[in-house]
Design a protein around this ligand. Sequence first.
Ligand code: BES
Ligand code: ZN
Length: 893
Amino acid sequence: MQQGVNLRERRRNRSMEQFKQQPRLPKFAVPRRYDIQLKPDLATCRFAASVAIDVDVISNTQFLVLNAADLTIHDHAVSFTPRNSSKVLEPFKVHLVEEDEILVLEFSETLLVGMGVLAIEFEGCLSDKMKGFYRSTYEHNGEKKNMAVTQFEPADARRCFPCWDEPACKATFKVTLDVPSELVALSNMPVLEEKEYGDLKTVSYEESPIMSTYLVAIVVGLFDYVEDYTSDGIKVRVYCQVGKANQGKFALHVAVKTLEVYKEYFAVPYSLPKLDMIAIPDFAAGAMENYGLVTYRETALLYDDQHSAAANKQRVATVVAHELAHQWFGNLVTMEWWTHLWLNEGFATWVSYLATDKLFPEWKIWTQFLDESTEGLRLDGLEESHPIEVEINHASEIDEIFDAISYRKGASVIRMLQSYLGAECFQRSLASYIKRYACSNAKTEDLWAALEEGSGEPVNRLMSSWTKQKGYPVVSVKVKDQKLELEQSQFLSSGCLGDGQWIVPITFCCGSYDVHKNFLLQSKSATVDIEELLGCSVDDHGKNAACSWIKLNMDQSGFYRVKYDEYLAARLRYAIENKYLSPTDRFGILDDSFALCMAGQQSLTSLLTLMGAYREELDYTVLSNLITISYKVVRIAVDAQPEIVDDIKQFFIGLFQYAAEKLGWEPKPGESHLDCMLRGEILTALANFGHDETLSEANRRFQAFLEDRKTPLLSPDIRKASYVAVMKRVNQSNKWGYESLLRVYRETDLSQEKTRILSSLSSCCDPSLVLEVLNFVLSPEVRSQDAVFGLAVSVEGRETAWTWLKDNWEYISKTWGSGFLITRFVSAIVSPFASSEKAKEVEDFFSSRAKPSIARTLKQSIERVHINARWVSSIQQEEHLAEAAKELAYRKY
Ligand code: BES
Ligand code: ZN
């Protein structure tokens, strides 16, 4: 008898085993509607809850399998009631499988096909990990308080209530909250009913349209708000901390306008009756697109007239535009599985530029888009990159793919396709895709199919080469026998040869933007007759009076790099000096040349010579890239040829003088947004390169600021430059500047000011102070969401930072290990190194500390160290670099 029971038990367990270690839930039963009741206690940080789920049993089963994690399930309060039956079935066993974050309910009777209600009572705690249902803290009238917030994407709704926590398991949600009566309680939908009883109130919300679990949201705390309406009468509110409502006005304006832009663009109106946006003091990501209740970091939502910089304003506008794009692309039409995450993120990124451009054409945001492409190209130039469509086998792998491939490469290939198909046809096809998949889920192929139908072009074939394989091509171009010869091969930053091949939309123009040609490069190489294009003859190098230069990848709309032969490159340099080229093309030529230099395919001397052609550059995006590249060049020179570093810095200081003199320190009445941003970046660069006059002037202005926080001498746009300059003059025997900055940090209640300071502190050169800064970053004075801003360490502090990371790894791993912020510690501190010995040391250290959530980032960071090491040795072999650097440093313009 006893044996019989054991046998039965074992057989059951065996069938229960089938649900473990599976990437996805079985679909023999799926949810249709959730009725959720939550009672958070903000003092004890626990919550009591229950959920009733309308479940559709698709095939007869003895099991229900759904997600749950970190919850205490009340085993005796779990039941299933088939519809049209008075019989309540209680599970024979309730298994909570921790490693797989699943809840397996086993019934002794078979649940038959048809609807039923699964009811579960449970409890949980409000974590401090910025995910699931968590607590954030704030001060009110000098008192420290807790608020309750949710962050469910990608897979943390299961930490708040048991659910089918996959994007394709859409259902409707009815939420009810029991909260203290004086608090604001928000969820995705408008309030249906509110009842007070004593100190508590029960707030119930309207039922949502069908949506995925990762978009459910709840916020409970004290807030003020500002509100407005769209022309369709949708109520839009921005909630902020009490007393800060004015700071929400800019985002409110952007949101109202943006909803109108998207309604037009997608040809479908916003689908909920209200939109709330709210600033959360502790928030891991930048913002989260929860349906109807979008949550933000304070820095990404609040704009202060007095203390926010132009860059902060632009950040608010683009983040709002991005999250609102998701209300269509993501919330209404949702990816079928995380493999298609890029459909959400790449698309929202691309379309946020479209909306921002409509609202603020003077920002020339499409030129700034090139920052997205270049970051995409940078990550995708690694062997350890991944295809846009990436296989996901476990929830722990999802966090790491919210990366530059999904966002930036994703957005860039969309831009490339739009430019190939034409804006109008692209928009029409998109609108029909949104209509077709509204309230449902889609895969990458579904988008291609809609675009293929709308355009008659082979979109699927073309785009699969970009989304199903990692990497991208470099197109080498030369002129031979009056013909342009093109050849593609995979570009890798290591300089190695990859074997990928793509269908490349080639565009090029000759001597003028009016003389151009487009075609698809479908094989390894192609030849183009330029004489035919020009209608006249050219010399051996493809030159004639009408065609002084040839530029491929016009407007940088393609996601690839171009390598020109020497003659073509020299003529492009000439075209840049003579201002024949657009900012986007000037950006592209510089960026490709830098990438080729790093990959050892071009000398540093030739890169520096090219940079010299930008001495009268004034475009914000081009100059800002010139600055980024100059930082990287100086860093590598420190390892490769330390004796030339001063000359290189001198050269860059000279290069930036033209713009610095034009812009000056003071904002000019009526000047452009881009000039405001540029002023800050140029002065920061001069401070970083130790330009004496800049350091002195910045310190003088900082003094004035300390005396009067409202001084016109230190506008928000130049504060970062001034802080960096102050830190450059700080050392152990003179810590005045550091201590003063800490004072400003402690006094301000504006998070943009706090991040500005944090990101300046570690630029000091004294390693012992870098260590103090890093320890400060781990102190309770810095919110855990902000620690990563303090990791931009100067080259002098690089080794100290690495030792610090090792010494504090256990704490860091415990504090940030369950989110994606931990990857930033690894990449920021490891990637700047440039020797294979260091790469080995890093590998050894992490070999016993491996975690799936940092695996990809760690490999990528180590690969970067190897790339830097190779770059160092290729620079060391350059013969005339030192003379060239000297010549450039002392050249008189
Ligand atoms: N869906 C993301 C938020 C997110 C990121 C959730 C990572 C889970 C993990 C949101 O739409 C987003 O992309 N936010 C960006 C800002 C945006 C402007 C690029 C972010 O958080 O950085
Ligand atoms: Zn997004």
